[in-house]
Design a protein around this ligand. Structure first.
Ligand code: NCD
Length: 306
C-alpha cells in the first residue's frame, strides 16, 4: 500500500511498488483523458527552497493534469523561512492546507525531517547533493519504455558523480534489478562519495571507475550524462577547471552502439553538444515527458486514488 506514505529515498519503495507506479504511468500515457479529474479537490504544495524550474513545473503540471490544484513557493526568501521559521513548523502549517507536499532543499536530509512532522505525504524533490528519488522514477520509466527492460543493462554515469544527486538515486534503484552493471566516469575530484562506494561494495554491485568516456562508450547500453553542479562548489576556479571535462559530441557518440540511449536529468550546460539533440539516441527530452507521467502516477498512489 502506497497510500499515505512518504518518498524520501528511492529505497523507501520496494521493487514491486516501483513497478506498480510504472504500470499506472503507462496507463495514464495511454488514456490521459480518463485521468483528468481524478485529483479534483486535492491540493499539492511545492516547497522549493532551492532554484528549480523543471522539477517544480513537472510536479505542478502533473497535479493540474490530474484535476488538482497547486500552492507553494519557489524562493525561500519570500516565505517565513526568512523570518526564522523551522522546517518542522512550516510543514505542520502547510500540512493543514495541502493533501501532499513536494519539497526541494539545499540541505541533505531536510525532506526527511519534514516527513517526521508532516500529517500528509512528503515527496523529496531533491535534497542537496544527496538523493532525488522522483528523477529516478522518471529515469527508470524512460529506460523501461525505450529499452523494454530494467535488467541486464550496462549503465555509464558521466560527469559530477560527487554532487550529482540524480546519479546517487539512480545507482541505488538500478542495482536492485538483475544483471545491471555501472561504469562511473568522472574526473578524480568528482568521483562518487565514499558512502555510495561503500554501499556498492557491501551489496556486491558490479561497477568500475574511469576518467575516460571515449574508451568505454562503445560498451554501454545507457549513457547518463550530468551537469557539473556549480552551486555545490566552494570555489569558482575548481568549477571552471572541471566544467568542461566531458562534452558529448558527434565524434564521441560515433563510437557508441546504435541502440545506446543518452539520458540527462537536465538542465544541460555544455556537457552534451547541441548537435547530439537530433541523434535518435538522444532521449533526454522524452525523459522530461516520462517525468511528468511518473509524478502523476506517484501522487495518485500516495493520495490513495484508484
Ligand atoms: C537535477 C537536480 O536538480 O538534481 N535536475 C532536475 O531535477 N531535473 C540535475 C541538475 O540540477 O543538474
Amino acid at each position: 500500500m502506497l497510500k499515505g506514505r512518504h518518498l524520501i529515498d528511492i529505497m523507501d519503495f520496494s521493487v514491486e511498488e516501483m513497478n506498480e507506479i510504472f504500470e499506472l504511468a503507462h496507463e495514464i500515457i495511454l488514456r490521459r483523458e480518463q485521468f483528468s479529474h481524478v485529483c479534483e479537490g486535492k491540493l499539492l504544495a511545492t516547497l522549493f527552497y532551492e532554484p528549480s524550474t523543471r522539477t517544480r513545473l513537472s510536479f505542478e503540471s502533473a497535479m493540474i493534469r490530474l484535476g488538482g490544484k497547486v500552492i507553494g513557493f519557489s524562493d525561500a526568501g519570500s516565505s517565513s523561512v526568512s523570518k526564522g521559521e523551522s522546517i518542522a513548523d512550516t510543514i505542520r502549517v502547510v500540512g493543514c492546507y495541502a493533501d501532499i507536499i513536494a519539497m526541494r532543499h539545499p540541505k541533505e536530509g531536510a525532506p526527511k525531517v519534514a516527513s517526521m512532522y508532516s500529517p500528509v505525504p512528503v515527496i523529496n524533490a531533491g535534497d542537496g547533493g544527496h538523493q532525488h528519488p522522483t528523477q529516478t522514477l522518471a529515469d527508470l520509466l524512460t529506460i523501461k519504455s525505450i529499452k523494454g527492460t530494467l535488467s541486464n543493462l550496462k549503465i555509464g554515469c558521466c560527469g559530477d558523480l560527487k554532487f550529482g544527486r540524480t546519479v546517487h538515486s539512480l545507482i541505488k534503484a538500478m542495482s536492485r534489478y538483475e544483471g545491471n552493471s555501472f561504469v562511473l566516469i568522472s574526473p578524480k575530484e568528482l568521483k562518487i562519495p565514499d558512502y555510495t562506494r561503500k554501499e556498492m561494495d557491501n551489496k556486491n554491485i558490479d561497477y568500475s571507475e574511469t576518467d575516460n568516456l571515449e574508451d568505454i562508450i562503445s560498451s554501454l547500453d545507457i549513457l547518463y550524462m550530468t551537469r557539473v553542479q556549480k552551486e555545490r562548489f566552494f570555489n569558482e576556479e575548481d568549477y571552471i577547471r572541471l566544467r568542461d571535462s566531458y562534452i558529448l559530441d558527434k565524434g564521441k557518440i560515433s563510437r557508441a552502439r546504435k541502440d545506446m540511449i543518452v539520458l540527462h536529468p537536465l538542465p544541460r550546460v555544455n556537457e552534451i553538444s547541441y548537435e547530439i539533440d537530433s541523434d535518435p539516441r538522444a532521449c533526454y527530452f522524452k525523459q522530461v515527458k516520462y517525468g511528468m507521467y511518473v509524478r502523476m502516477a506517484l501522487m495518485m498512489k500516495l493520495l490513495g486514488i484508484q
